[in-house]
Design a protein around this ligand. Structure first.
Ligand code: DAH
Length: 339
C-alpha cells in the first residue's frame, strides 16, 4: 500500500493543467471528501502496527504534495489570466508617443518669418559657404577695407576667396542679382565668426536679413516697418535708432527695443540697460544696388539684419547662448508647449 502511495505522490508531482477545471478535478480526486486521501486515511486502522509510522508519513507527504500542487497551479493560471487581460483589452490606451519639440531658434525664426510675411515679405536662402564677392566685395567692402575687421572671418585655408559667411547680408546680394525690384524678402540662416565662445557669444549664430527695394522707398518706410515688427514680436513699441555705420547702408542705424529689467537674464542679455540691441539697418548704399545690377537712380531701398539667438534668449529666458547648440534633451524638452 505504501508503494501505491509513493506512486500517487509521483503522479501528483508530475500533474500539469491547462484550465481551472482540470485543477479542480485533480483537487477532488486527491483532496475531496471521497478522494484518495480520505480513502487511505480510512485504511490507517488496518495497517500493521510496525508499518503505521511509515504509512502515516507517506500519506501526509501525499497530502502536502497534492495541496501544494493545487495552490501552485491555481496561482499560475491566475497570473496567466492577468497577462491575457492586459493584452486582450482593446480599449486600453496605446503606447505613449514621444513628441519632439521645436528648437527655440526655430520657434523665434518662424515667428519672425510669420510677422514679415504678413506685410508681403517672402523667404529666401543662400549658402553658408560663401565667396568673397557675396559676403564682402559686393556689399561695398572691397579688399583691405578696414570694416572687414568688424567681422572675424573663418576662411577656407586653401582658398582665401571661400569663407564661412559672417552675416546673412550675402543673401541680399544673391537675391538682387537674381530678382528684379520690387523686392521684399527676408533671409534667415546660420552665420559664423571666429570669436571666443562664452555665455554671450558663439562662433556660430543665427540671423535674419531683410531687404526692401522699390521706387521711392524712404527711411520713414524703414522706421515704420521696424515699429511694426517690434510691436508684433515683443508686444513693445518703444524703440530707439542710434546712428551707426555699415559699409552697405547709408545712412545706417542700430535699433534697440526696450525690454525691461525683470529677471537676472534680462540684466545679463541687455548688459544691465533694459535695452536690447536687436539689429543693424539702413538705406541700401547705391554702390551695392549697382554691384547687384539694380539702377540706383530708379530704385532705393532699406535693409536690416538681426540676430535670432539673443532674441530667443530674452523671450525664453535662456541665460547662456551655449545651451542653444548643446542639444541637451533636458533643455530642448522645455519648449514642447511653445509654437
Ligand atoms: N550684416 C550686419 C551684421 O552682421 C547687420 C546688418 C546691418 C544687416 C545693417 C543689414 C544692414 O542689412 O542694413 O552685423
Amino acid at each position: 500500500m505504501i508503494d501505491k502511495l509513493k506512486e500517487l505522490i509521483a503522479e501528483a508531482e508530475a500533474f500539469k493543467a491547462q484550465t481551472k477545471d482540470e485543477v479542480e478535478t485533480f483537487r477532488i480526486k486527491y483532496l475531496g471528501k471521497k478522494g484518495l486521501l480520505n480513502e487511505y486515511f480510512a485504511e490507517f486502522k488496518n495497517v500493521a502496527n510496525e508499518q503505521k509510522r511509515e504509512f502515516g508519513q507517506t500519506i501526509n507527504q501525499l497530502k502536502k504534495t497534492a495541496e501544494d500542487k493545487v495552490k501552485a497551479l491555481k496561482e499560475e493560471l491566475e497570473s496567466n489570466e492577468e497577462v491575457k487581460g492586459i493584452y486582450g483589452d482593446l480599449s486600453r490606451p496605446g503606447e505613449p508617443i514621444q513628441i519632439g519639440a521645436r528648437h527655440p531658434i526655430s520657434i523665434v525664426k518662424n515667428q519672425i518669418i510669420d510677422i514679415f510675411s504678413r506685410i508681403g515679405f517672402n523667404v529666401s536662402e543662400g549658402p553658408e559657404i560663401e565667396d568673397d564677392w557675396h559676403n564682402f566685395t559686393a556689399l561695398n567692402l572691397p579688399e583691405y577695407h578696414p570694416a572687414r575687421d568688424m567681422q572675424d572671418t573663418f576662411f577656407i585655408q586653401t582658398n582665401p576667396d571661400i569663407l564661412l559667411r559672417t552675416h546673412t547680408s550675402s543673401v541680399q546680394v544673391r537675391y538682387m542679382e537674381n530678382n528684379k525690384p520690387p523686392i521684399r524678402t527676408i533671409s534667415p540662416g546660420r552665420v559664423y565668426r571666429n570669436e571666443a565662445i562664452s555665455a554671450r557669444s558663439h562662433c556660430f549664430f543665427h540671423q535674419v536679413e531683410g531687404l526692401y527695394i522699390d521706387k521711392d522707398v524712404s527711411f520713414a518706410d524703414l522706421k515704420q516697418t521696424l515699429q511694426y515688427f517690434t510691436t508684433e514680436m515683443f508686444g513693445k513699441s518703444e524703440i530707439r535708432l542710434r546712428p551707426s555705420y555699415f559699409p552697405f547702408t547709408e545712412p545706417s542705424a542700430e535699433v534697440d527695443v526696450y525690454w525691461g529689467l525683470k529677471t537676472e537674464t534680462d540684466y545679463r542679455i541687455t548688459k544691465g540697460t533694459g535695452w536690447l540691441e536687436i539689429m543693424g539697418c539702413g538705406m541700401v548704399d547705391p554702390n551695392v544696388l549697382e554691384n547687384c545690377g539694380i539702377d540706383s537712380k530708379e530704385y532705393s531701398g532699406f535693409a536690416f539684419g538681426m540676430g535670432i539667438d539673443r532674441i530667443a534668449m530674452l523671450l525664453h529666458q535662456i541665460g547662456d547662448i551655449r545651451l542653444l547648440s548643446e542639444n541637451d534633451v533636458r533643455f530642448l524638452e522645455q519648449f514642447k508647449s511653445a509654437l
